[in-house]
Design a protein around this ligand. Structure first.
Ligand code: SF4
Length: 376
């Protein structure tokens, strides 16, 4: 990393306790959700509908970072809400850097200033992931609930000025998916090294607003074609990731690359979760990171062992050749759509409940026939 004045960021030192050999499974990544506060109010936000109050103090997060490194974590994603609202963000990035963790800031870009991004770069921040809502400024601002579009362009310019690698993340939905190509061109023009074009995942507010957000089958077919065109136009210079739409799929996504297998989430209130939506699952005994060591929570807590591995799987997953490829899909999606987190994700067409998704997709066609609340 090179900071704004041309000086390289200080190299990371060995962690205070030295390096330890991690046990399997090793959580390569930690999502540190610093706050649920956010100046934007995106209609597809995955934040919980009723987040619990309170946020960890700085010293709590510093201890979490130390414990994460001991556990074998290599990457920390500072997220939210909007992590730039935390006044201790630079201190947390600096600690992550000192521990040798690769740090990624997942941000809306608001509020971002030259001073803020400069101090984060100097502290050793490795990467920025910036969200944009649309290529059409008015449509994007309507989804964000704030005049955000122009400020996001400025934020991207600041990130590039400090020489930080930039991923642009775009959530696709019925209101913007027909502009996928323009959105991709905008992201490339902003200097993105990597572009994520991801169809909405229906958790949190997206679940509540799914009738307005679900694209039609025709829209999805056009989007798939547009995404292929974007890869052809920009794929030699920019890494392009296109995340398919769940509700029109025949196979589920390997959620979090397997429950308790590669990643963990620390929520703003200290709850440690196998995925960012797991707090909604009834009976999941979520442990607060202030009450137990992160290693115990990861290896031994009932919550992380509830759906770890394959022993918990019902038919048809338990005998399926793909059970260690997609891990039976998403537990939260099974719970939201079927009322039971221990069932096969209905996104899989081998699930006896796959028809539920066809019903939702048909609903999108009916909703498309009436005027949308979201701008097109
Ligand atoms: Fe994946 Fe289960 Fe479907 Fe097999 S049956 S493809 S393991 S979700």
């Amino acid at each position: 990393t090179v900071v704004g004045d041309g000086r390289p960021a200080p190299p990371p030192a060995d962690p205070p306790g030295g390096w330890t050999e991690p046990r399997e499974p090793v959580p390569a990544g930690m999502l540190a959700e610093l706050t649920y506060r956010c100046p934007l109010h995106c209609t597809y936000c995955s934040n919980p509908l009723a987040p619990s109050g309170g946020e960890l103090f700085t010293e709590d997060w510093l201890r979490v970072l130390d414990q994460a490194r001991d556990l074998g974590v290599l990457q920390v994603h500072f997220s939210g809400g909007e992590p730039l609202l935390r006044t201790d963000l630079t201190a947390l990035v600096a600690r992550a850097h000192r521990l040798g963790l690769y740090s990624n800031l997942i941000t809306s870009g608001i509020p971002m200033s030259d001073a803020a991004i400069g101090s984060l770069a100097a502290a050793g921040l490795d990467h920025v992931q910036l969200s944009i809502q649309d290529a059409d400024p008015a449509a994007g601002d309507a989804v964000a609930g704030l005049r955000a579009h122009a400020r996001k362009r400025e934020a991207a310019a600041l990130v590039r000025r400090y020489g930080l690698p930039l991923t642009v993340n775009v959530v696709l939905h019925a209101g913007n998916v027909d502009r996928l190509a323009e959105i991709a061109d905008l992201a490339v023009g902003l200097g993105a090294d990597r572009l994520e074009l991801a169809h909405t995942q229906f958790y949190g507010w997206a679940w509540r607003n799914r009738a307005a957000l679900l694209p039609t089958a025709d829209q999805l077919a056009r989007a798939d074609e547009a995404a292929a065109g974007v890869k052809e136009r920009h794929g030699d210079r920019v890494e392009i990731v296109y995340v398919a739409a769940d509700y029109h799929a025949t196979r589920p996504k390997p959620c979090m690359r397997g429950w308790g297998r590669r990643q963990l989430v620390v929520a703003p209130d200290g709850g440690v979760l196998p995925c960012l939506s797991a707090a909604q699952l009834p009976g999941l005994d979520v442990v607060d990171v202030r009450a137990a060591d992160l290693a115990w929570i990861w290896y031994d807590s009932p919550a992380f062992n509830r759906f770890r591995g394959t022993a918990w799987m019902p038919a048809p997953c338990r005998d399926c050749a793909l059970r260690e490829v997609d891990f039976g899909g998403c537990r939260c999606q099974a719970y939201q759509l079927l009322g039971d987190a221990a069932l096969t994700d209905p996104a899989c067409d081998l699930s006896p409940h796959h028809g539920v998704l066809a019903g939702l997709a048909a609903r999108a066609e009916r909703v498309a026939a009436v005027p949308r609340r979201l701008p097109r």
